[in-house]
Design a protein around this ligand. Structure first.
Ligand SMILES: Nc1ncnc2c1ncn2[C@@H]1O[C@H](COP(=O)(O)OP(=O)(O)OP(=O)(O)O)[C@@H](O)[C@H]1O
Ligand SMILES: [Mg+2]
Length: 263
């Protein structure tokens, strides 16, 4: 994907909580179809970076341009409407609804019909609902949940719930998806499946920003990795250069015993 214009350019991103600077002048960019890993020891500022990018937290300083346009500081629903979707560290489905219904709700941000048009049952609104249904089915197939399509979400295993979260995020037609530790709690075979899905997402031209502690999962998947420590970027490079970068190895010493060590 080299040579392509950045989709998102982040400059000087800073988030302070009182006296603590959780994210400190972070610069990075991500291109369409790129898988960018975001790693660092516990408390390094990874989730805070996601919270600021997605508009959940207000940044203290900095800039975030999407297609060259400044969008830092927009409220979360407007950030999502620009195509920046996040998944959470914990699954949060709508209980009492089926897998398919959950994915259809994820598509709501792209729906043009007003409630009034839907209530009137106009042909346009019906056609739109058909399109959403077809799109939901396609995404359910893509993440491998076809057999669970009509199941109530509380009957899903934890790993299936993670796949549902992914389909829901895709239903919003994102240009970039932020994953916060998606492999946590998954079995090895579920991890393999998720890795294939994330690659497939990137192949659709969607950018993926991926926080992950499990280096065996992340390093083969990422095109590029940035490393945070105490809120600052200490390295930015390919998985191979990151693995042996002395500053990165230092940051991880005393934590997990080094990059790539078993968690
Ligand atoms: N809402 C908050 N209020 C105050 N401090 C916070 C808040 N959220 C995060 N922090 C602090 O900001 C720092 C960065 O936290 P963050 O959750 O971003 O780290 P992380 O890199 O995601 O860590 P982990 O790997 O443990 O998930 C930590 O010192 C944390 O205690
Ligand atoms: Mg975190």
């Amino acid at each position: 994907m080299t040579g392509e214009q950045p989709l998102i350019e982040v400059r000087g991103l800073t988030k302070r909580f009182g006296g603590l600077t959780a994210v400190d002048g972070l610069d990075f960019e991500i291109r369409p179809g790129e898988v960018l890993g975001l790693i660092g020891p516990n408390g390094a500022g990874k989730s805070t970076t996601f919270n600021v990018i997605s508009g959940t937290y207000q940044a203290s300083a900095g800039s975030m341009r999407l297609d060259g346009e400044e969008i830092l500081g927009l409220p979360p629903h407007r950030i999502a409407a620009r195509g920046i979707m996040r998944t959470f560290q914990h699954n949060m489905p709508f209980e009492g609804m089926s897998v398919a219904e959950n994915v259809m709700v994820g598509a709501q941000t792209t729906v043009r019909s007003t409630l009034g048009r839907i209530l009137l049952g106009t042909a346009a609104a019906r056609a739109e609902e058909q399109a959403i249904r077809a799109r939901a089915d396609e995404l359910i197939d893509f993440v491998g949940l076809s057999e669970e399509r009509d199941a109530e979400v509380t009957s899903l295993s934890f790993g299936q719930g993670r796949l549902l979260e992914t389909a829901r995020a895709l239903a919003g037609e994102p240009r970039i998806i932020l994953f916060d530790e998606p492999a946590a709690g998954l079995t090895p075979s579920e991890c393999d499946r998720l890795g294939v899905i994330i690659r497939g997402i990137a192949e659709r031209g969607i950018a993926v920003l991926l926080i992950e502690h499990d280096m065996r999962f992340l390093l083969p998947l990422a095109d590029r990795v940035i490393v945070l420590n105490f809120g600052q970027k200490i390295a930015d490079g390919t998985p191979d250069t990151i693995r042996t970068d002395p500053a990165v190895v230092d940051a991880y010493l005393g934590e997990a015993g080094g990059v790539g060590a078993d968690a």
